[in-house]
Ligand binder design. Sequence first.
Ligand code: FES
Length: 184
Amino acid sequence: MASTISAEPTRRDFLYVATGAAGAVGAALAAWPFIDQMNPTSAVLALSSIEVDLSPVQEGQQIVVMWRSKPVFVRRRSKKEIAEVRSVPLSDLIDPLARNANLAETAPATDENREVKPEWLVVVGICTHLGCIPLFNQGNFGGYLCPCHGSQYDAAGRVRKGPAPENLYVPPYAFLNDTKIKIG
Ligand code: FES
């Protein structure tokens, strides 16, 4: 089931936790118009960087935060999910590039190149086909399903079934400590 939790009182970005497949569908389908409504102030739009508290996120869960008007998925992956994405040969990937702002543009799309710490996946939650928001824990690759035209991504945010041409974008981010990251 999906549930709504409060963001830090000093932060206005939108935050929710989604767990499990069934609940995630409704939450994700509702997310885009809701995010638009929740995004009214120029102050929020102008934020070039945000800090995200990871402590509420349990293994197998994901939160969505807003960064530069975009939803960003912050997903805490299980050991099984990490092992699965690391077992995928690069030759199976549609997009061979990591698309990770923290690395060189030519970095290959290994799972290691898609993260800063293996447990955490941080990606811009916008499908690289035409911009819909992929659904958490849907599809056949343990990651995301885009409801618009059926693209699928794995738990590393790598596109595994088109028409999306590229992996989900990894934004610039860094860990400030074990439970906090700074995006941007
Ligand atoms: S927008 Fe995602 S598959 Fe078309």
